[in-house]
Design a protein. Sequence first.
Length: 692
Amino acid sequence: MTDRILSMKPSAQNELFALDAKVTKQILDKLKALCADPMPDAKVKKKLKHLDRDLYRLRSGDYRIFYLFDDKYVSVLKIDKRAEDTYDSPPESEHLGGLDAELPASTPQKTWPQLLAKPEKAKTKLISRLTEAMLKAQRVPDALHEALLDLKYEEELLAFAKITEDQRLALCEMVNGARLEDALRAPDLIVDDTDDLLRIRAGELVPFLLRLDPVQESAVKWGLASNGPTLLKGGPGSGKSTVALYRCKAIVDRALKEKQKPSILFTTYTNALVAYSQQLLKSLLGEHADLVTVRTADSVARQLAEQWIAGRKLADGIDLKRTLERAVKGADYDGNAMEQAAQREAIAKLQLDYLLEEITAVIQARNLDSLAAYLAAKRAGRELALSKLQRRAVWTVTQTFHNELAAQKAITWQMLRAEAARVAEHGPPLTYDAVIIDEAQDLEPTAIRMLVHLCKQKARLFLTADANQSIYGGAFRWADVHETLSFKGHTHALKVNYRSTKQLALAAKSYLEDGALDDDESETPHAHEGFEPAVRKVKTPGQEETLLANFIRNATRELRLGIGGAAVLCPTEASARRVAMGLNANKVPAAFMKGKELDLKASEVKVLTMKSAKGLEFPVVMLAGFVQERYPPELRGAGDDEEIELLRRERRTIFVAMTRAMRALLVVLDAADKGPLFQPFDKEKWNLTSKA
């Protein structure tokens, strides 16, 4: 049998990096031998008998290595110095599992009232002091060494603002050790060569990629040799994006065996994810990373439509509304006087925002180029049914709207994407051997059509999607994208949630209710357990900011994180800026960050809009900024169907924001808000009172 593949928990890697070079070399030699033969020998390698799970201990001089193994992997959980009395006592743990461990709920020692109260002052001594070797292993700038070496208490390390959150977490684990319960819940990192650990320590390599589970592994190669495109579905935290990255590797490996060098386009949802994806692909593909181009779909659209854009401006929301108002007033409806009056009345009954979205998200985004095409359109995802007469009226306003835009030399994003799709269809200046589209549910049909045309072979087209995370516009059919685009027999689904705890995920799902676009009722396995999220109501922004400040300090301390592990997600930029200022006034360092400016490594609280947080994850998440904020804006004169459609979409936005949380979630609402968006919360899944 070939050697097993080595994987390590991040905390075990940090513990290894804390050791001096001689001990590290000794342990690496042991790990190599362990991959060749992990079976216990009752001497150096021993199964811990008093546990009800298969956990093993390997001796290495004065150190011991705790590990698990199966037919394919050896997973290193922890490396620590032996206890004085015995080698066999497992550190800080009574509940240990196998590679797919079922762990007990990780309920915090503090209750919700304690998490929300003014933090207690505490001084917890570091189990061991920081060393130069530890700081160098984490590539901490030399100028910070003296201050860090003087630290004596854990609270001082958690509050040290000049290091990144990754460095802080690693240093905490180096000096205090990681709890095995926490290690078991963490993802495994693949180690292809133990010598690479030394290269990472020296800063020559970026960190390893995550190990995939068997279902994810099968999804990577699913349909790779088929004659059609492949769709990967999965909920929040199921690993769709990670699988998409590994799909790049599978395509590259297959091509290299055939002595070819493929060109691959990988599209991410936000600019913030471009650099992150590039870093992971560099680790995954090494010298072949340049075979993959990572971009947002809109940056590709801009390039394709570059000549057409010249001399035109992209109109923003306010300009578009004003232009639409002029179009409504100037529309010249067809038919007799009675028909014209009926069309004017039909338009007058539509709320302006709804009408603008009908034009941009349906007509422009699906590139409907005639009244006949619009009359035949299914309008998937739109709650308000429009009669033939109403559609005729909307079409007339649309034509007038386009004339108004042309007079201003202005365009919409939807028009730009439609033009890019046209350019791509008729011989684009760039094509790719394979195209991978991540988070396809939030791309408009024209944007996906553009990417489809950039792919030389439809069999090399790979998309990931989750309808319930769609926060822009309505749903659409794949036929709206391309008449030949069909995923029948080419759809794979991921079920396990690896991001959020079971309690967080189920609470978020219960909130979504009828906002769901995908009614999959099958049970979702969850890799992690935790405690229920909470909802609290306050009367003033000051009360909100104090509550957030208390929770950030308590929750991050409870989870042994710096405050950089926390994020506040708000409905608007204005509310986000206000919350960031309020946190700083409460002496909690925080910064509002736009999507393009997002610094995930910053040691301060990240304050973002809910929409810009899509695709990201944070250990501690708060939804706030609703106090004295009209959200969503009232639909004056809107019909019931319009309001239902808006509320369902906003529920999906809130749902996406909730599912950014990994370990702890708090929702802070305005006590005066009696609107339907935040009604009701399931009291069985949410902590709604002052009780623990």
